[in-house]
Write a protein that binds this ligand. Structure first.
Ligand code: NAP
Length: 343
């Protein structure tokens, strides 16, 4: 079969779908003319997926490694069967087919910007699991299709920090488009990786007369979030408890709902909280991979909310550059990323 720009030539089961929806991909590592071969160093597993794997194995690194190996052996890609999500990877270009659109020098360090849930992957060995970073060092190889985007790793930012930021690059870049001056914005999961990027960006867009309300489930990362000076209010409450969060948000927001809600948590059952705290005319941005379309759609209908609900597409134009620039522009963000995701 002539190799397809979207990688359908690698779909083994079921035939006719694109690689993301496929159950199993062909992960043999001989590249077609329009593919790129990558020597993989680190997988950045999507937070919802990593959390699920951790919970299912009692956070035992040996069992986690086995679970990851089993998934990739079965599917030819790292797509968590429970969450459906993937992540992205860091590696070096090993070979480039003659028809691959972005001819890149062999040896260039890159991070892929397409999901592991559609990336053919072979793992030869798992070398380390970084429980606090959602990262897994491996020996292995991966394939990028002609439609697959990637970012060269910059020379001024540590590669693991860049990998962490690039994993969620779509979120702050979308916040820049959604939040307007003077908006009141709530961020569920505000102290997480995408949470701190989104909180910073939301404050930047909303300005001094706007308001950013961070919702976090416990005080472990409270000091981190405070050090960012991005949230006007920080609420400690679980995003899985809609009425509690609703009361607390209204209490700090002149008894009103917010204009924009950004959902960046990594657990299920937070749809109604997001919708309930948002004005009828407002916007809910569901970046969380644990979001259920059914729960959001039927839940909104159930409380007669007309809020606009957006699926958190991980891609928006120039998102990689945009997000790396945030780490260059904000000393506070950079310090937090270095502390959490640096060596
Ligand atoms: N749309 C996309 O393309 C895309 C791309 C990448 C990631 N994602 C998704 O985006 C989400 C965030 O990713 P991330 O890398 O930023 O994850 P992260 O760093 O793990 O952050 C998630 C945050 O949610 C918090 N949280 C967990 N349960 C909560 C609850 N009940 N109430 C309030 N907060 C709670 C966590 O707090 P604790 O640490 O205290 O538990 C953590 O701070 C994940 O669902 C991930 O799968 C989406």
């Amino acid at each position: 079969m002539k190799p397809c720009r979207y990688g359908t030539h690698r779909v083994l089961e079921p035939l006719g779908v694109l690689p993301q929806a496929a159950y199993r991909l062909d992960n043999t590592m001989e590249i077609a003319d329009n593919e790129m071969l990558i020597e993989v160093k680190t997988l950045n597993i999507d937070s919802a997926s990593f959390t699920q794997i951790k919970q299912a194995t009692g956070a035992d690194p040996v069992k986690m490694a086995q679970m990851i190996l089993d998934i990739v052996a079965k599917r030819g890609k790292m797509q968590n069967p429970v969450t459906g999500s993937g992540g992205m990877l860091l590696g070096k270009v090993k070979a480039v087919g003659k028809d691959f659109p972005q001819q890149t020098a062999v040896g260039t360090r890159i991070a892929t910007l397409v999901s592991l849930s559609l990336t053919p992957l072979r793992i030869d060995a798992i070398e380390a699991i970084h429980l606090d970073k959602d990262q897994v060092d491996i020996k292995g190889q991966a394939i990028l299709f002609a439609s697959g985007i990637f970012s060269p790793i910059p020379t001024d930012i540590d590669e693991h920090i860049a990998l962490s930021a690039l994993d969620v690059a779509g979120a702050p870049a979308q916040v820049a488009k959604l939040v307007k001056a003077n908006d009141h914005v709530a961020i569920l999961g505000a102290a997480g990786k995408s949470g701190i990027l989104c909180a910073y960006m939301a404050k930047k867009m909303a300005g001094a007369n706007g308001k950013v309300i961070g919702v976090i489930s416990n005080d472990h990362k409270l000091a981190d979030l405070q050090s960012l000076h991005a949230c006007d209010e920080i609420i400690i409450a679980s995003a899985t408890e809609p009425m509690d969060v609703y009361r607390k948000v209204l209490a700090v927001n002149n008894n009103e709902q917010v204009d924009v809600t950004i959902n960046v948590v990594n657990v299920p059952n937070t749809e109604m909280t997001s919708i309930l705290i948002t004005k009828n005319t407002g916007i809910v941005y569901f970046f969380s991979m644990a979001t259920s379309f059914t729960k959001a759609a039927l839940g909104a209908e159930g409380i007669a909310s007309e809020a606009t609900m957006l699926i958190g597409n991980g891609y928006t134009k120039d998102h990689a550059q945009f997000t790396l620039d945030l780490l260059r522009e904000s000393k506070e963000l950079r310090i937090l990323f270095e502390k959490r995701y640096g060596k």
